[in-house]
Design a protein around this ligand. Structure first.
Ligand SMILES: Nc1nc2c(c(=O)[nH]1)N[C@H]1C(S)=C(S)[C@@H](COP(=O)(O)OP(=O)(O)OC[C@H]3O[C@@H](n4cnc5c(=O)[nH]c(N)nc54)[C@H](O)[C@@H]3O)O[C@H]1N2
Ligand SMILES: Nc1nc2c(c(=O)[nH]1)N[C@H]1C(S)=C(S)[C@@H](COP(=O)(O)OP(=O)(O)OC[C@H]3O[C@@H](n4cnc5c(=O)[nH]c(N)nc54)[C@H](O)[C@@H]3O)O[C@H]1N2
Ligand code: SF4
Ligand SMILES: [Mo]
Length: 744
């Protein structure tokens, strides 16, 4: 019997006992639930293209299908993002699907014995319903929450957020996009009136001056870096990063500022621009508000202060400001070195302010451009129903709630009129025993959450932990009371939105293992079992949900109501929002704000600024070094549940976890390269190999985030506006470790 037939018949046996529209459909149409052949439109031997499911670049990959199953891939040469290129993760994107530890059947874990028993989907879905309902009945809707992701399809995120909040009555749900993009969201909303990254990747090629702040493009977005290299204008490439990263090495200028001195640096640059009158006065007058008070604010950031705090010499600061002020087309790009800080939002806005005051926005090669991280972080920002109500709406706005209720044909009182707790507040809720049921989808917080030294104990306090993942082996899945096995990228249909607002298609080109279902189908099954399937009558397929999202977006800045189904997206090389109804065939590269009109009520951008905040944990006598964390290599993805499954990628990754130390610090500590050392923060201690390098400044060290132990050290502090974790700084000490053993 073929695998497909075996799986289908197995599934039929298992769901036969349960009646109900959903499970009947499951038996009738296994394909609709992620089981079955690749799409019928794809011939048994064919090539189809889809966007990559790792990073937010959104490269298109040609998937070569043999005997109805993806057999190989190559980068698409006809896509406006990657022009025929892919990074190692893209080339190896199919490998994680074949891993031998894929989750293929739902599991229920016995807490006493720790043993996990295989169950059928009916048991899994009714267990989910009964245990979550029991918690809600006893402790109220605030006692359950979900933590989601930027790595599933937009339609899936929307279904999850809608089922959880409108169907189950949950009030609290957040996602790993909080760890990643919350700062950009908040700063854009305040400065531009909507969460709207304005750029298109062509801007990399059309700039004269490219300023990269806290962004290691060569490692984290290698194909964006390839776009930079295609720039024929001989651009100045300025990298503002305390480390001499791979990107800094390739740049024309590296600005090795002291960690966490960005705000002072950008205010200082603004002051020089004002002093030297390198401003776009017309743009400021016609399209912005609050410049005069900003000008007053930056008065305090004189050269002496900025030199002292940033460590960048005065002449370097002046020449940097002159480059920015006199460049015709200056683009500012930032990533986690900015977003992940205790004063992240105001820092991002300080960058936005530089672009506004020099009029570098809305024109080719310009912009205040936040680069996203995960393949669908942008989808989650707009449609996950977590921080904002579906389609960038506001839970606190009665008109928005009514509009969404009418469009979805659900009672308005199903839509919460309060904001969800943020990720850290949900975790606090678990610690305090207020949140007793938690559903974790496509994220691995036991590894990735900040300062998580007691995280496993925290999760143990829950009455019920549900994890929905493609592997049962992740650090978080191993703790689950109920594991829901999910189909992965390549095994399901839907859309992802990349960094430049481009909606791209993903397709089912491989069968999910065993009984694993697409996240979409899991949400359908759970909604039906919960008894609220009626609310989601129209939510029958990813494309049907895409249509609903189009309706919800109408009239919003992210209006996509004019897209003619998946087919148009597929044929046109992805589509950048907005595409309102009646749009002409959209150009393949589009940026926002060409008319100088922003999304604020008076259509003007705002200069937003604030005083510096105190560093929550500066180095001190006991912990004299500063720890930075981030991406290690282009072959490693986050907690490595996927990339570790590829032999090729594993070969490209470091064999041992390591801490990068400056030789001066190492000498002072008597440490040689390759030696075991103990790195200790106020929260914990880890053993790790020392790697001596001058890419880090004396007094700072760097540990990649890919190793499970890194976040035992980090300090759980958050930006007050975005509540994004400050992953990139805490105080540590290093001591010589045991001579042998214990190393990972
Ligand atoms: N290979 C690979 N690619 C990825 C990912 C991955 O895991 N692996 N993850 C994706 C995701 S989700 C994201 S969010 C992006 C992240 O992409 P990036 O933000 O580019 O990556 P990071 O290494 O986290 O951080 C960037 C830089 O910030 C610097 N930094 C630290 N502190 C400061 C500071 O105070 N000021 C300044 N200016 N810089 C500072 C660090 O030295 C680091 O080089 O990458 C995406 N791409
Ligand atoms: N110290 C430190 N920590 C950090 C960072 C840092 O710079 N420093 N960066 C932070 C950032 S920016 C991010 S984005 C986070 C990332 O942190 P995580 O989200 O925890 O990392 P991932 O390894 O990407 O986890 C994704 C999970 O989803 C599963 N998965 C993949 N595809 C699917 C699917 O289609 N369906 C389902 N159901 N599951 C799927 C994977 O197996 C994996 O378990 O880490 C954060 N943590
Ligand atoms: S750059 Fe990002 S989207 Fe492109 S192939 Fe690599 S991981 Fe995939
Ligand atoms: Mo991220």
């Amino acid at each position: 019997m073929s695998t497909l037939k075996r799986v289908t018949s197995l599934l039929k046996d298992q769901v036969r006992s349960h009646s109900g529209p959903l499970t009947e459909q499951l038996v009738r149409e296994p394909g609709a639930f992620g089981l079955g052949q690749v799409p019928s439109s794809t011939a048994p031997d064919a090539t189809t293209s889809m966007v990559c499911g790792f990073c937010s670049t959104g490269c298109s990959l040609n998937i070569h299908i043999r005997d109805g199953e993806a057999s190989n891939l190559s980068p698409n040469i006809d896509y406006p993002v990657n022009d025929g290129m892919a990074c190692p993760k893209g080339w190896e994107a199919l490998a994680p699907l074949d891993a031998n530890d894929r989750a293929s059947v739902p599991l229920i874990r016995d807490r006493q014995t720790g043993e996990a028993a295989e169950v059928d989907w009916h048991t899994a879905a009714t267990t989910f319903r009964d245990r979550m309902k029991a918690i809600i009945d006893e402790h109220g809707p605030e006692s359950v929450a979900f933590l989601s992701t930027g790595q599933i399809c937009t339609e899936e995120m929307a279904f999850l957020g809608s089922f959880a909040k409108f169907g189950m009555g949950m009030l609290h749900g957040d996602g790993n996009t909080r760890q990643c993009m919350a700062t950009a969201v908040r700063s854009y909303k305040e400065s531009f009136g909507f969460d709207a990254p304005p750029y298109t990747y062509a801007d990399f090629e059309e700039s004269d001056v490219i300023v990269l702040s806290g962004s290691n493009l060569c490692i984290a977005h290698p194909i964006m870096w390839q776009r930079v290299l295609k720039n024929e204008r001989n651009p100045e490439i300025i990298v503002i990063d305390p480390r001499k990263t791979e990107t800094a090495m390739q740049a024309t200028r590296h600005v090795p500022l002291r960690p966490k001195s960005d705000l002072v640096l950008y205010y200082g640059l603004a002051r020089i621009l004002i002093e030297k009158d390198l401003l776009d006065h017309d743009f400021i007058a016609e399209h912005t508000n609050d410049f005069d008070s900003f000008k007053e604010h930056v008065e305090a950031y004189d050269l002496e202060t900025v030199v002292a705090e940033s460590g960048i010499p005065a002449e370097e600061l002046i020449s940097l400001a002159e480059l920015i002020g006199s460049g015709k087309r200056v683009s500012f790009w930032w990533t986690m070195g900015v977003n992940q800080s205790y004063e992240a939002t105001r820092t991002a806005q300080a960058i936005i302010n530089l672009s506004l005051m020099t009029g570098n926005i809305g024109k080719p090669g310009t912009g205040a451009n936040s680069i996203t991280g995960q393949c669908n972080a942008m989808g989650s920002r707009l449609f996950s129903n977590t921080t904002s109500l579906l389609g960038g709406h506001d839970f606190l706005n009665d008109d928005h709630r009514q509009k969404v209720a009418d469009l979805l044909d659900i009672p308005v009182d199903r839509i919460p009129n309060q904001n969800s707790l943020a990720y850290d507040q949900i975790i606090d809720g678990v610690k305090e025993g207020k949140i007793k049921g938690l559903w974790v989808i496509a994220t691995n917080p036991v590894h990735s959450w900040i300062g998580r030294e007691n995280f496993t104990e925290t999760l143990d306090q829950l009455d019920f932990l549900v994890v929905q993942d493609m592997y049962p082996s992740t650090e978080t899945a191993q703790q689950a009371d109920l594991l829901l096995p999910a189909a992965a990228w390549g095994e399901k249909d839907g859309t992802l939105i990349n960094s430049e607002r481009r909606i791209g298609i993903v397709k089912k080109v491989a069968k999910a293992p065993g009984q694993a279902l697409s996240d979409f189908s899991i949400f359908r099954l759970l909604a039906d079992t919960w008894g609220c399937g009626d609310l989601f009558k129209r939510w029958i397929s990813p494309e049907a949900v895409f249509e609903i999202l189009q309706e919800l977006s109408e009239g919003q800045p992210c209006d996509i109501s004019g897209i003619n189904g998946y087919e148009q997206i597929d044929q046109q090389g992805g589509l950048q929002w907005p595409v309102p109804k009646g749009s002409e065939k959209p150009e393949s590269q589009r940026r926002l704000f060409a008319d100088g009109k922003f999304y604020t009520p008076d259509q003007r951008a705002r200069f937003v600024f604030a005083d510096q905040l105190p560093d929550p944990e500066p180095p001190c006598d006991e912990y004299p070094l500063r720890l930075l964390t981030g991406r290690g290599t282009s072959a490693q993805w986050h907690t490595q549940t996927r990339t570790a499954k590829s032999g090729v990628l594993a070969e490209l990754a470091p064999k041992k976890n390591h801490v990068e130390i400056h030789p001066d610090d190492a000498t002072a500590l008597g440490i040689v390269s390759g030696e075991n050392v103990e790195v200790t923060s106020r929260r914990g201690s880890i053993l790790i190999q020392a790697y001596l390098t001058t890419t880090v400044q004396p007094g700072t060290v760097f540990i990649p985030m890919h190793e499970e132990t890194t976040n035992r050290l980090t300090l759980a502090v958050f930006d007050p506006y975005s509540r994004q974790p400050s992953y990139k700084s805490c105080a540590i000490k290093i001591e010589k470790g045991p001579a042998t053993g214990l190393m990972s």
